[in-house]
Design a protein around this ligand. Sequence first.
Ligand code: SF4
Length: 432
Amino acid sequence: MTCLKPEGIQPAKAGIGELDYNEFSRMQPREPGATPAAARNGGPVKANDVAPDGLYWPKYNIMTPNMRSPDYVQMSTAAAITLGLVPGKMHRCGCTRCLNLLLTYPEGCRANCAYCGLARHREAERDYADRNFIRVDWPAVPMEEVVDIVARDGEASPFHRMCISMITHPNSDEDTVTVLKRWTDRIDPSAIPISILSNPTTMTRGDVARLHDMGSDIFTVALDAATPEIFDRTRGKGVQSPHNWKKYWEILLDAKDIFGSRKFGAHIIVGMGETEWEVLNLVQEIVDLGGHSHMFCFFPEKGSLMDHLPATPRDQWRRVQLARYLIDYCDVRADHMRFDEAGRVIDFGIPSAELDAVIDSGIAFRTSGCPGKFAEDISACDRPYGDSPPSDIASYPFALKDVDIRKVRSQLSMDRPGERYEPGDEFDLFDD
Ligand code: SF4
């Protein structure tokens, strides 16, 4: 698609007495509390030292086994269902296309990101392997069992991609290498490409190169915050967390050099206090470097330091989703777009017929992430309901139907004449 010149659209309207975006002053995380010494660093799990015995489903009423990567990894509930390890059904999704593997240790992640369910400040409340993350439980499974199942399924595997999610832990760099080796020893990385969701804080350029040389396809950096101020407030000094914006960018630029164009990217959470102008200029910066942005809609994760704050209003989220898609895949630039005094998009920078075509294809509103085998702009990483409940979907983990497009159009205040969405129109699809 060639996206040429701007044509005006009306900005989405705020609800009565409400902003239609999450502004900076409102999105202040709570202060982390003090953790009793005995609860720190996985103390109870290590003291009880319960031997693991295969799959562990997060339970809060029994002692968590002492599980540790690289022998154990955690995976999303969606991945466990897809692998057939647990029973379950996902609303309007047959399976997930990305096997997300998360490193696990009794000590957990040593960082303290304010929006994250895995953060260190939860030590006293819940053992690491029991913590919710992007709204769901993450069962722990022996790595050997995971590889056995995927290798056995061969070409019939539903997965289009595997992703290793590092966390902030002293062993994370080395264990990522071991997990990767155990995978590539049995599974051809050209059959199921591999992504690395990195932890820049503990990494060097040499680590990035090593992961590339071992067969990883895409390297991503979870900037998460769209500005240095929000980064510092949510995952740096503001919450006694070790991360640093400069270091994250250093590793992102290393990934650009080592992995190359379209093989690196950044995760960004929308709605933590940045303006639409700020986040879309960041998206543009990453595209200009040759990378992609993977967007997440802020959701107040239960137990996190931001669980008292509002989820991103859908109009803000849809504007950013749409604009990000145009920048990432349609050669539209952020500087072709127009913004109001609050930084909201008021003009997407392309003729309305082209904009309509993009909206109606629905791809812009699907979960964004590393591509799978369907198309370059369709993410394998579909993260079902990782940033919203099924009743109010932010990132669609499936292809949108007409009713979904009508709903999105209504959230953008861009209904087609005579095709208005009425709340609940999609509820007929709840038993699909
Ligand atoms: S580094 Fe990642 S896993 Fe750890 S607290 Fe921050 S967002 Fe969560």
